[in-house]
Design a protein around this ligand. Structure first.
Ligand code: SPV
Ligand code: MG
Length: 669
């Protein structure tokens, strides 16, 4: 591609401004002249070859361009007869350098980035027009028929749009136009516009109108034009562009989008808070402060601000950017409703959404996969529970008992309140692990077997794991349990203050169960805490006083003692339908302890919402058995249907097609 800039003219309508230098050297801002801006825009678009025709003040022009020292290969072509000829003759003089795709522009044209970006991206030949500008009396208009430009000139008004002398012309079309220009000049027609030659051959070319509507693209002919264009440029330079950023890996695809955004205005980056990121994907590997620092240090960023929520609304209303830039991938999927809200807020004040094709190439997919894989490493996964508790305050966990339920916990996302919502962690329940093996929940399934379940789940998931450790067994055994779980990457073990043959708590006092003494259980907790090697692993003491109807005082006394012995968290359990005793416990506990993690398993008091638990001071809400309870009736019904109909057709109606199940399963581990 070669750019041809026509700079031979006198520019006499500019008065004093062109008394000692060519018009193209007129300053349009404190930093730019018409020409320096044109050349910079070409360089930005990787157009390296430039031909400049010269005439008046030729040596000043050449010296000036050399001093600009731009990464361009510039050829100067003199039109010695510039006083008596028009630019058709300058083009004729430059003809030997013009055997390429051509960008043709007049030397007094000022345009914003969007115009040249569009021009360069457009395939084939095009000329800049505006469907929103009033038709000028004396300047160029383009006559458009069947989507093609048939005539260009000042004299056409019918079927015409305002046109600007800025073209991109394919080598093929250019050859036709240039050979007509040569014919004109060689028979002495050198005082007309080059467009007169184009009009002769236009039907054999395919010159399309490129409608830039209200974007800045104007010639400067008079000092009045200069005042108007300079003011518009100032306004354009003050435009802001907003980009929301949630990722903690900044790759070349992001840099490309940032660079494109910078061409629209000053870039404000909204760095998503840790909580906002965690709400739609996973806990970020890098904290908010680290991500902010990283982005603030990318060259040319105007401002970096915090975006506290997934919703852009607050920041858009506060900063009122002219543009929001985003990859087009959010048109579908989890962020679709966020996008719709952005469009609505932008429309309320006249902002615009600019979407670039998402750089979802294989390279970036792999990068993403790799960073996700980090979460399956024991050290990283183990630390996630404390991290996410710190970020969110209150989190949820769902029961998992094998790889498949692990994948359901990992991947199930719903859209609620305009944002994606998912579980934060997984609970490996003793009840469900035993049930899935067809065994009672009485500490019969030994640790080796339970670890097999943990391993199956870990192999295919990344979310943090909370392990149901039953009573923890003998203190001497508990030490090994803690070390093993910690080593494989489990984040928290919950042990209940019972001894002897443990039965599931949901039986309450219907079965014989014995509570451990405070002293013994404190000893077990303290021994476990001193056995662990990292600061990330958590031991939670589960209090059975309410289940065994020993009263609130006993529960509170135990809670305080267990925290004193080193427990990182307290789980209070109840099997009442009514949550009153759970709420009463939380209130009493929080009177003196504001920080210890409080865990709840709302199986029987299942009407309480997560928000209410949060308000009452709970930090971990465990849905302890719902997946297996949902699966058993579904499987039983399928079995019954096959038996009743003596075939599988009827059962298929409530079966998921295997194609869909397979989608859950990762191809590689
Ligand atoms: C489990 O899920 O195994 C539990 C919680 O221990 S509960 O069944 O409610 O006792
Ligand atoms: Mg259990």
């Amino acid at each position: 591609m070669t750019a041809l800039i026509l700079n031979s003219g006198l520019g006499s309508r500019m008065g004093m401004l062109t008394a000692e230098q060519p018009k193209c050297m007129t300053e349009i801002s404190a930093r730019e002249t018409i020409l320096s801006r044109q050349l910079q825009k070409l360089a930005d678009n990787n157009v390296q070859k430039v031909v400049i025709t010269t005439g008046a003040f030729e040596s000043e022009l050449i010296r000036y361009v050399r001093e600009l020292d731009l990464p361009l290969d510039i050829k100067f072509v003199s039109n010695p007869d510039y006083r008596t000829t028009n630019y058709i003759y300058s083009i004729y003089m430059a003809r030997e350098f013009l055997d390429d795709d051509i960008i043709l522009m007049h030397g007094d044209l000022v345009f914003e980035n969007g115009v040249i970006d569009l021009l360069v991206q457009t395939a084939g030949s095009c000329m800049v027009v505006s469907s929103t500008a009033a038709l000028p009396q004396k300047d160029f208009k383009a006559v458009i028929k069947n989507g093609r430009i048939e005539k260009v000139g000042v004299e056409f008004f019918d079927s015409a749009l305002t046109a600007q002398p800025l073209y991109k012309i394919s080598a093929e079309d250019w050859r036709k136009w240039l050979s007509e220009i040569i014919k004109f000049c060689e028979r002495g027609e050198v005082k007309c516009y080059a467009e007169k030659a184009f009009n002769k051959i236009s039907t054999s070319c395919n010159l399309k109108p490129l409608d830039v509507r209200d974007m800045l693209c104007n010639e400067i002919d008079t000092p009045e034009d200069l005042t108007i264009v300079s003011a518009r440029l100032k306004e354009i330079e003050n435009r802001t562009v907003y980009l929301g950023f949630g990722t903690d890996i900044v790759h070349s695809g992001h840099i490309k989008i940032i660079k494109r955004a910078q061409r629209l205005g000053k870039v404000i980056i909204g760095v998503l808070s840790d909580e906002a990121v965690a709400s739609y994907t996973r806990v970020p590997l890098l904290s908010f402060d680290e991500r902010k620092e990283l982005l603030a240090n990318i060259a040319g960023i105007y401002k970096v601000v915090e975006q506290k929520t997934l919703s852009y609304r607050n920041n858009l209303e506060r900063y009122r950017p002219n543009f929001v830039v985003h990859g087009d991938d959010w048109r579908t999927g989890n962020l679709k409703s966020i996008r719709e809200e952005v469009v609505e807020v932008l429309a309320s004040y006249g902002g615009r959404l600019v979407e670039f094709p998402y750089s979802g190439g294989e390279k970036y997919r792999l990068l993403n996969e790799r960073s996700k894989a980090e979460f399956s490493l024991p050290d990283i996964r183990r630390a996630q529970l404390k991290k996410i508790l710190g970020i969110k305050g209150t989190i949820t966990a769902v029961e998992v008992h094998n790889g498949l339920t692990g994948l359901i916990a990992e991947k199930t996302v719903v859209n609620s309140n305009n944002a994606p919502h998912q579980f934060d962690a997984m609970w490996i329940s003793s009840l469900c692990d035993s049930t899935s093996k067809g065994k009672p929940d009485i500490e019969l399934v030994d640790l080796t077997s339970r670890l097999r379940t943990v391993e199956d789940i870990m192999e295919v998931t990344t979310k943090p794991i909370i392990f149901d450790g039953d009573t923890g067994g003998l203190k001497e055994h508990f030490v090994y349990t803690v070390r093993t779980l910690e080593r494989v990457g489990v984040s928290m073990i919950i042990i209940e203050d019972k001894v002897g043959l443990k039965k599931n708590s949901l039986f309450g006092t219907e079965v014989k169960q014995t509570q451990d003494t405070i002293e013994n259980f404190c000893d077990k907790i303290a021994t476990g805490k001193s056995a662990q090697k990292t600061a990330d692993f958590m031991i939670c003491a589960r209090i059975e006083s309410l289940i065994l109807e020993r009263g609130m005082d006993d529960a509170i006394t135990r809670a305080r003692a267990f925290v004193g012995a080193g427990a990182d968290a307290i789980m209070i359990h109840s099997r009442k339908k009514n949550p009153d005793e759970i709420f009463a416990f939380a209130e009493l506990f929080r009177e003196t302890d504001k920080t210890t993690t409080l865990v709840v398993v709302p199986t029987s008091f299942n009407t309480v919402t997560e928000d209410e638990f949060k308000v009452r001071g709970f930090n971990v809400i465990i849905y302890a058995n719902q997946l297996i309870r949902a699966a058993v009736p579904a499987m039983t019904n399928a079995a019954k249907s096959i038996l009743e109909h003596r075939r599988a057709k009827e059962c298929d109606e409530f079966c998921m097609p295997f194609k869909e199940i397979i989608r859950l399963i990762p191809e590689e581990l």
